[in-house]
Design a binder for this molecule. Sequence first.
Ligand code: ADP
Length: 153
Amino acid sequence: YTGKTGTELLTEKIKKIMVHEYVSIPIVVNESVSVYDAITTMFLEDVGTLFVVDDKGFLTGVLSRKDLLRASIGQQKLSAIPVHIIMTRMPNIAVCRKEDPLFQVAKLLIDRQIDGVPVVRDKASGLEVIGRITKTTITKAFVELVTDSDQHL
Ligand code: ADP
C-alpha cells in the first residue's frame, strides 16, 4: 500500500498522459496560398485551426476560424490575399512537443486563450510540424480517464 490518496493517484495518472499518445494529424497550408483557399481547406479537412509553413515546410504561422472571418469582412478579393498577411506569425506561436505532458498543453491553451497548438520537432533551421493537439484532444483524454477507470470496477 502506497499511502497515497485517491486524488494523488489521479493526479499522477493525469501527469503521465503524454502528447504522443493523443497527437492527431496536422492540416498545413503554404504561406503563399490565398485566404479563399485556406477557408476551403478548413471546410474540407474539418478543422478549426490551420498551420502555415514556408517552402521548406517549417512553421511560420497559425490561422484560426476568426482570422479567416476577420479577413472576409473587408472589401478585398479573398483569392488575392496570401494567408501570410493575416496569420498569427512566428515567434508568437505556442507549440508543444511529443514528449510533453498533455496537461501542460491544456494549461497552455487556457493561458493563451487558443483552441490548438502544433506538435513540432526541432530542426536546425526551424520547427517541423508533425501533429496537432486541440481542445477536442483534451476533452477526449478527459473522457477516457473516466471510461478507463470504469473498466476496473
Ligand atoms: P478563434 O480565433 O477562431 O476563436 P483561437 O482562439 O484558436 O480561434 O485563436 C485566437 C487567435 O490566436 C487567432 O488570432 C489565432 O491566429 C491565434 N492562435 C491560434 N492558435 C495559436 C497558437 N498555437 N499560437 C499562437 N497564436 C495562436
